[in-house]
Design a protein around this ligand. Structure first.
Ligand code: ATP
Ligand code: LTN
Length: 331
């Protein structure tokens, strides 16, 4: 069986190092091991909460440029915009008719995002995981690399695929999530008990991929630390564990090596060095990004080509699902 990788990021907020370490970096590392790799810019997911139209269009191109700047090669992988392929919305409807209100009500992301106002949020926000299932299932995806927060959604995708297959006969491939333990959940700099998030109230929660060296320095300086003075990770030290994790991922050094290098040294010195490590890591990505983002036509061409390349896969799966159910008159 062909190994097909599929994943996506929403074109909303500022893409941060949590998105990068949890998802995009894995895509780059994995791309060569798969026959097909497809990376989507999930604009239909973004509109489950209000978006400014001009800003949304701008963000779509920014995410495309960032994917490529991070190392996704558009000649080897297909990069496309979700709303360019109508099959995503159409398969969502079919899956909706096989999904249950009970199982969607149990999705923790929905509970977190809707907060106390469940009656007032959009139906799209509730249905978000079904759209994600359609994204994955349309391409016969075998593997889905994501951060820990999306695991439950991939599990729902598996359930929906298995339910459909059991009812109508083998149609969908049941995908596996790929979650890298060390970077599954990068925590907020201002609150290490919650994940780093694009929609965080304060920009001091995250390091955006495009933050300048000055801003990175300020954000790391303000990052919450644990009580005590040791540069050590451990279950009683959530803040330092998170910062050491980021340091390790971006420097290539092991946590124990970093701990021993900083033994007897203070938080101030550690933070200064961590900021330098992040700045140095992001610099080449930022340089590539600024070239790419200035060529809007080039980016649009890459996205159109990506969409064209994967269209036959999506059309075939959708047609098969429709005919299994008895929809339409096409054979
Ligand atoms: P929001 O927090 O506003 O919902 P987000 O930061 O989760 O947004 P998404 O576009 O929803 O951003 O996520 C893109 C990818 O990044 C997903 O695979 C998600 O699991 C991963 N991801 C998001 N935040 C983190 C994090 N803090 N640590 C590791 N991976 C993350
Ligand atoms: N819900 C995901 C983004 C997403 C996705 C997907 C990820 C939409 N469709 C398909 C993997 C596969 C999120 O990160 N919030």
């Amino acid at each position: 069986m062909n190994k097909i990788i599929f994943s996506g990021v929403q074109p909303s907020g500022n893409i941060h190092i949590g998105n990068y370490l949890g998802a995009i970096k894995q895509w780059v590392d994995l791309s060569n091991d798969f026959e097909e790799s497809i990376y989507c810019i999930v604009d239909l997911h973004a509109i489950t909460v209000p978006q400014d139209p001009k800003e949304l269009r701008k963000k779509i191109l920014e995410v495309a440029a960032l994917y490529i700047a991070c190392g996704i090669d558009p000649k080897k992988s297909s990069i496309f915009v979700q709303s360019d392929r109508p099959e995503h919305s159409e398969l969502t409807w079919i899956l909706n008719c096989n999904a249950r209100i009970g199982e969607l009500s149990r999705m923790t992301q929905f509970k977190d995002k809707s907060g106390k106002d469940q009656e007032g949020v959009s139906i799209g926000l509730f249905d978000y995981p079904v759209l994600m299932a359609a994204d994955i299932l349309l391409y016969g995806s075998t593997h889905v690399p994501v951060g820990e927060d999306q695991k439950q959604h991939v599990e729902l995708t598996r359930d929906l695929a298995q339910r459909f297959n059991a009812k109508y006969g083998q149609t969908f491939t049941v995908p596996e999530p790929i979650i890298k333990k060390e970077t599954a959940r990068i925590m907020g700099l201002d609150d290490p008990t919650k994940k780093m998030s694009k929609s965080a109230a304060s920009p001091f929660n995250y390091i955006a991929m495009n933050d300048s060296p000055d801003i990175i320095g300020q954000k790391i300086k303000r990052a919450v630390t644990d009580s005590g003075t040791d540069i050590k990770s451990g279950s009683d030290k959530p803040a330092m564990t998170n910062l050491l994790n980021i340091y390790s991922e971006m420097s290539g050094q092991s946590i124990s090596q970093i701990e021993s290098d900083f033994s007897g040294k203070g938080y101030g010195e550690f933070k200064e060095k961590l900021a330098e490590v992040i700045v140095a890591y992001l610099r080449p990505i930022q340089e590539k990004y600024s070239k790419l983002i200035s060529d809007e036509e080039g980016l649009i061409e890459i996205l159109s080509e990506g969409s064209r390349r994967i269209a036959p896969m999506a059309q075939k799966t959708l047609q098969e699902a429709k005919s299994k159910i008895g929809l339409g008159v096409k054979r």
